[in-house]
Design a protein around this ligand. Structure first.
Ligand SMILES: *Cc1c(COP(=O)(O)O)cnc(C)c1O
Length: 357
């Protein structure tokens, strides 16, 4: 039996409880180097500057923009959900002239429209897997037309759960988060930077903590390593272990497991009368979004009350809609260790029982 919902892989739990070491202990530095090596495998990149940023996925987003965007730079951002919106705000705070390319929530971005939005942007930024809508945006076809622009991709919900190919897709800066498809508690942001992006770092980013040129010295292997900040030791243990579990399973096997769970869940929800929210052909397996018709809900209960009952009675937490679809959709994550068929079976049975009460 695999771990239940909410409980990480036993290997990760064990790693989190391991005795701490000093952050400059050679044994810890070796573990950090090995973690970075594992991250290169998971990102499918040879980028030397690949590491786990101390902070959550949002710190990754902020680091990506603050290091390559100077005031006045044109930044094209694809916006079809909450995280694309957040990218615009982060870029704006760097002083960028933000050019938005929008698609309605639930629909994918049109890559040609993203590429045609401006003749010579400094940066093009898109979210690979929009967790707020359950939509996958195409990334692989952006590199051929990016010109001199740097390509920033948010892979917070995609890394580990579906194909991500940093080198093959020509991505310049990408960040993720530990708590989505990597199945590790939140706290670190896996990060990777192409040499091309390094050559374009702004002189003095507005953030000291997220200054990647200083962080590059801190993550460099061997004796050149310079103190920058204290690594969150236990979190690195956890990520190291989680990446080990993922690579032992195999990336392709993990992608297939997520895909199968998503497919079974989406078919089951359709049988129960729920319409998919995300556009066909662009549905994420790791985040299923469905429209909740009020008439399928038990009398006297709204969608939020039903989600609360799922948690209280069955110990299953699912998400509600954000922004314009708040109160209208459910978002169901099957990520990392929670992407198990038995969880899908349990959830579908619980929803069915709830709806028939
Ligand atoms: C969760 C998420 C983030 C933010 O990550 P935090 O760890 O919550 O800071 C950013 N982008 C996407 C697509 C996400 O799903």
């Amino acid at each position: 039996m695999g771990p239940g919902p909410g409980n990480p892989y036993p290997e990760v739990t064990e790693a989190l409880g391991r005795p701490l070491m000093g952050h400059l202990d050679p044994a810890f530095l070796a573990l950090m180097d090995e973690t970075n090596e594992r991250l290169r495998s998971v990102w499918r990149t040879g980028n030397p500057l690949t590491f786990a940023l101390s902070g959550t996925g949002s710190a990754g987003m902020e680091a990506a923009f603050v290091n390559v965007v100077a005031p006045g730079d044109v930044v094209v951002v694809g916006v079809n959900g909450a995280f694309g919106e957040r990218m615009c705000e982060v870029a704006r705070r760097c002083g960028a002239e933000v050019v938005r390319v929008e698609a309605p929530w639930g629909q994918p971005l049109d890559p040609e429209q993203v590429l045609a939005a401006h003749p010579s942007p400094a940066v093009i930024a898109v979210v690979h897997a929009e967790t707020s809508t359950g939509v996958r945006n195409d990334v692989g076809c952006l590199a051929h037309g990016k010109g001199d622009a740097l390509l920033i991709v948010d892979c917070v919900t995609s890394l580990g759960g579906m194909p991500v190919e940093i080198d093959a897709w020509g991505v310049d800066l990408a960040y993720s988060g530990t708590q989505k498809c990597l199945g590790v508690p939140p706290g670190l942001a896996p990060f990777t930077v192409s040499d091309r992006a390094i050559s374009r770092f702004v002189e003095r980013p507005q953030s000291w903590y997220l200054d990647l040129s200083m962080i590059a010295d801190y993550v460099s292997a061997g004796s050149a390593r310079a103190y920058h900040h204290t690594a969150p030791i236990a979190m690195v243990y956890g990520l190291h272990a989680g990446l080990g579990v993922l690579l032992d399973e195999g990336l392709e096997a993990s992608w297939a497991r997520h895909a199968e769970c998503g497919e079974v869940l989406q078919a089951g929800l359709a049988r129960l009368g729920f319409e998919p929210f995300a556009a066909e052909g662009h549905r994420l397996a790791q985040l299923t979004s469905v429209v909740v018709p009020p008439e399928v809900l038990p009398a006297g209960l709204d969608e939020a009350a039903c989600r609360r009952l799922l948690l209280d009675r069955y110990g299953i937490e699912i998400g509600g809609g954000l922004g314009p679809v708040a109160g209208k959709v459910w978002r169901i994550g099957l990520m990392g260790h929670t992407a198990q068929l038995r969880n899908v079976t349990l959830l579908l049975a619980a929803i069915e029982e709830l709806l028939s009460q």
